[in-house]
Design a binder for this molecule. Structure first.
Ligand code: FAD
Ligand code: NAP
Length: 525
């Protein structure tokens, strides 16, 4: 087996494949394990799914020996956890670090993938797992003059391990998505002057992160089995049961009280998960959005600044809701300035800062919290070709086409973990990763038992899955936003909703039913 990537997905795949008796060779471009949590070391980075859920369930002893210290752990703790997992299960010996896979070619006669790396190493494997990440290829803004900027430039996903000094410096942040929203309040406390360059205001709710008490840790450790079962049976892969009530079933006063109660609990799903129809019904969505807009007005002292921070033009939740710790309050500080790029667009970077239509902003450091070439970026960075030499990039030219988000017609023995077309980023990713890896390992065992060495998704299965994916998205408000879920953040990318919206539990049921039905949709030999 070839596994590409050593984040949550790659480590899980290596572990489970090896446990099933397969030999594994893995490649990781970075110098260590961790993926997202190795690369995104910006101050304030932490998960927005509770750590108790955002962690592996495959080993009860691991659950008992690891202690999460916070409700939403910070990047260093999550990275330490993944390093611990790699050591605890002796996974590192399978991984070649600092080695980027540049090409993968299928040999139809041998039924094997041959991969080429940037270090000149070649390897072959019967099956190839792309555990390359949905959010692992950073995007820099295409600003004229960026190369002339004399200060330091950093992307949140390529953060130097030694950190970046901010004290006494004039810092600019471009981007106010989840990364910018986490970073800005921390920088505000350190920088002499912080300028946030905002193109689209995000909806953000308080994370209400806190340290876990000893009692909570004990209860968590005692309750893991029940918690995991709840998470697996839920749409989002988290242990909180979904609300099965329409917003229309409550009066305005009841709704407000309900939103308030959930606001106090905090976390990403607190408001958009408050009722079952908030992402289906425009009026219900507006009630939730207006609640958050009122909260923003209450959190920001200057009405002019608050007006710039109020999101509009897309339903709440259709771009990812951010979870913050003092984001809006940061704009109440005298050393923080908000620049609304819709009113005053950036014209160019200069040697000493950024020039907008309204004037020049002097900067010593420029941070790009400008997001990712999501889902397909890391896949297309590898020159993947079928036995006839046809590129996956061509097959996906009009947008990714997959069966279950796992496999692609014409490309046998190649699997994407949490790839486009799976529930992936609209669930707890660790739960989704484990579900997909376990299902695939089950399938590979079945193939091995049947003496089969090749499997491929059929064109029909792929087309039907694509239609199902699109239909599920059309039933919701999601297509109304220009988001990275549908490729709108990457210039030139075809617009297509890339997440299966049926939820994790439903998706797992579909996968299990297909398995019982002889892995319908795959052709094996
Ligand atoms: P990654 O962690 O991205 O790992 C992919 C690895 O593959 C990388 O290390 C990369 O270097 C390597 N790689 C890529 N291409 C190649 C190649 N060609 N050759 C060799 N190596 C390669 N999800 C949640 O569910 N909850 C959260 O709270 C959450 N928080 C997040 C916070 C941030 C800042 C970001 C950016 C994402 C967050 N996510 C969250 C999504 C997160 O990406 C996933 O949860 C998860 O970490 C993905 O794991 P992965 O192994 O699939 O991919
Ligand atoms: P993002 O959500 O794509 O946000 C990027 C931001 O940069 C947006 O505000 C975008 O504006 C802006 N931007 C992009 N290009 C620009 C340009 N050329 N000029 C000006 N502004 C520009 O990226 P992200 O914040 O890194 O988050 C990506 C995903 O990673 C999240 O949605 C989430 O899934 C995950 N994440 C999670 C957490 C967490 O809380 N655990 C933290 C960070 C990331 P537009 O909206 O106008 O495009």
């Amino acid at each position: 087996m070839i596994v590409i990537g050593a984040g949550f997905a790659g480590l899980c795949a290596i572990h489970q494949l090896r446990a099933a008796g397969f030999s594994v060779r893995a490649f990781e471009a970075g110098p260590d394990v961790g993926g997202t949590w190795f690369w995104n070391r910006y101050p304030g980075a932490r998960c927005d799914v509770e750590s108790a859920d955002y962690s592996y369930s495959f080993d009860p002893e691991l659950e008992q020996e690891w202690t999460w210290t916070e409700r939403f752990s910070a990047q260093p703790e999550i990275l330490a956890y993944l390093r611990h997992v790699a050591d605890r299960f002796d996974l590192r010996r399978h991984i070649e670090f600092g080695t980027r896979v540049t090409a993968a070619r299928y040999d139809g006669q041998q039924a094997r993938w041959q991969v080429t790396t940037d270090s000149g190493v070649q390897a072959t494997g019967r099956f190839c797992f792309l555990a390359t990440g949905s959010l692992s290829v950073p995007q820099l803004p295409a600003l004229p003059g960026l190369a002339d900027f004399a200060g330091a430039i950093h992307h949140t996903c390529a953060w130097p391990a030694e950190g970046v000094p901010f004290r006494g410096r004039r810092v600019g942040v471009i981007g106010t998505g989840s990364s910018g929203v986490q970073l800005i309040p921390v920088l505000a406390e350190q920088a002499a002057q912080l300028t946030a360059f905002q193109r689209t205001p995000a909806f953000s709710v308080p994370a209400r992160n806190r340290r876990l008490t000893q009692d909570e840790v004990r209860d968590l450790k005692q309750g893991y089995r029940r918690r995991r079962a709840l998470a697996r049976g839920s749409p989002g892969g988290i242990a909180r049961p979904p609300v099965d009530r329409s917003a229309h079933a409550d009066t305005a006063a009841e709704r407000r009280a309900h939103f308030e109660a959930r606001w106090r609990v905090g976390g990403t799903p607190s408001i958009t998960g408050a009722y079952s129809d908030l992402l289906l019904d425009a009026e219900a969505n507006r009630w939730a959005a207006d609640f958050v807009r009122d909260k923003i007005r209450a959190r920001v002292t200057s009405p002019e600044v608050a007006a710039k921070l109020i999101p509009s033009g897309f339903p709440i939740g259709t771009k990812r809701v951010c979870a913050d710790a003092g984001y809006y309050e940061a704009y109440n500080r005298p050393n923080v300035t908000l620049v609304d790029l819709r009113a005053t667009p950036v014209l160019a970077a200069t040697a000493s800062g950024l020039r907008t239509t309204a004037g020049h902003h002097d900067l010593d450091v420029l941070i790009c919290a400008t997001g990712f070439d999501a889902f397909t970026g890391a896949v297309f960075a590898i020159d993947i070709r079928d036995a006839a030499g046809r590129a996956l990039r061509e097959h996906w030219a009009a947008g990714p086409r997959t069966y279950l988000g796992l496999a692609t017609a014409g490309f046998p023995n190649l699997f994407t973990i949490t790839g486009p077309g799976s529930p992936s980023v609209l669930t707890n990713m660790v739960a989704s990763i484990e579900q997909q890896v376990d299902w695939l390992v089950g399938y590979l065992r079945a193939l091995r038992a049947g003496g089969q060495r090749e499997t491929v998704a059929t064109e029909t299965a792929e087309a039907q899955w694509g239609a199902r994916l699109a239909a599920a998205a059309q039933r919701t408000l999601y297509p109304q936003a220009a988001s990275w879920y549908n490729g709108a953040n990457t210039p030139g990318k075809p617009r297509q909703f890339m997440v299966f919206l049926g939820g994790l539990a439903n998706y797992a049921r579909i996968c299990d039913d297909l398995a019982r039905d002889g892995y319908r949709g795959f052709r094996a030999r």
